[in-house]
Design a protein around this ligand. Structure first.
Ligand code: DAH
Length: 345
């Protein structure tokens, strides 16, 4: 009888270990420990065993029973916690395919494309000029007197290189206005309708400033260009980019390279000019503009008696944030490559 008990235990254990689910384990339990189970039936022969052997056999029978039911419990637990086995690679060509994740342009790139399209429609040409530039193009040729304190506003990065005797030190362009003289030199005889969109660099870094940012600069030079052309262009841009319900206005300001100079405002998109928490009494500042200073035309080789022009320079990030109404707490988020943020656009 001892041998039979051991056989029963071994048979039960091997079946339990192969069991695939709970139902199968239930069946095994019935098969061995159930009312008509192998184990139960064999126990019925216990009284036939000589008296003195009975306690030992009884003990063995008990431990076999415990071993079997423990094994069933353990296998049950294992099946519950085990991950389903991976299906083998099966290619079912009738199944719909997995969609690959679709990327899109960064929102600054989207804004640059949109701004370019708007100005190209009215005859502007997009140009590209060096980011590492001579002082002459960024300051001197734009009518900044030498060592004028206004240069401090631009907080320029200087490149360690011997200054050029004529063009001065080498710097990183602090504004896209440095493209103005270069464009005059390239075109030589107006008309000029330039759109210069580029990276700019300034020593600044806080929640609303980053050392690298983007500007877009317009320059128009032709005969009889007046402030009305500037105002018309501003209005056209503001309505095309922000929406037909937005307005622009110009306020007197001062820049070295334009005379007269203006600050350009756009009516607030939230309160539509009535005044709210977001804006200054209904208006948001967009950037600078003005009529090209005669000295700048002269430095660019253009006769200021015959030609006049207007210019404007605004921040891409700035107009982007004014448009979307996205309240970004920290501008630097735009450069962080944080997908959770970028995927929203
Ligand atoms: N370059 C100026 C800046 O970075 C902006 C600017 C002002 C550009 C007046 C212009 C202009 O073309 O006419 O702050």
């Amino acid at each position: 009888m001892e041998e039979q008990l051991i056989d029963i235990k071994n048979a039960a254990l091997s079946l339990i270990l192969d069991a695939k689910d709970k139902a199968e384990l239930e069946e095994i339990k019935l098969q061995f420990l159930g009312r008509n189970g192998t184990f139960t039936l064999i126990l019925k022969d216990l009284p036939k065993i000589p008296k003195e052997k009975r306690p030992a056999v009884g003990q063995l029978a008990n431990s076999v029973k415990i071993t079997i039911s423990d094994a069933i419990d353990r296998q049950n637990l294992k099946l519950k916690t085990e991950k389903p086995k991976q299906q083998k690679d099966v290619l079912d060509v009738t199944m719909p395919g997995h969609k690959p994740p679709l990327g899109h342009h960064h929102l600054i790139t989207q804004a640059i494309s949109e701004i370019t399209a708007i100005f190209e429609k009215i005859g502007f040409t997009r140009v590209k000029y060096p980011e590492v530039e001579w002082d002459w193009y960024a300051f001197e040729g734009l009518n900044f007197p030498k060592d004028h304190p206004a240069r401090d506003d631009w907080e320029t990065f200087f490149i360690k290189q011997k200054p050029d005797p004529k063009k001065g030190p080498v710097i990183l362009t602090p504004h896209t206005s440095s493209g103005q003289i270069r464009e005059m030199e390239r075109v030589k005889t107006p008309p000029i309708r330039m759109l210069n969109i580029a990276k700019c660099y300034r020593r600044q870094s806080d929640v609303s400033h980053s050392p690298m940012f983007h500007q877009f600069e317009g320059l128009v030079v032709d005969k009889n260009i007046s402030i009305t052309h500037l105002k018309g262009t501003l209005d056209y841009f503001v309505k095309s980019y922000f929406g037909a319900n937005r307005k622009s206005r110009i306020r007197p300001y001062h820049f070295q390279f334009t005379e007269p100079s203006f600050e350009v405002d756009v009516s607030c998109g939230i309160c539509l000019g009535r005044g709210c928490k977001l804006c200054k009494a209904g208006w948001l500042e967009m950037g600078g503009a003005g009529m090209v200073h005669p000295n700048v035309l002269k430095f660019g080789g253009i006769n200021s008696k015959e030609y006049s022009g207007f210019a404007f320079g605004w921040g891409v990030e700035r107009v982007l944030m004014m448009k979307e109404g996205i309240e970004i707490d920290d501008l630097r988020l735009l450069y962080s490559n944080n997908l959770d943020f970028l995927e929203q656009f």
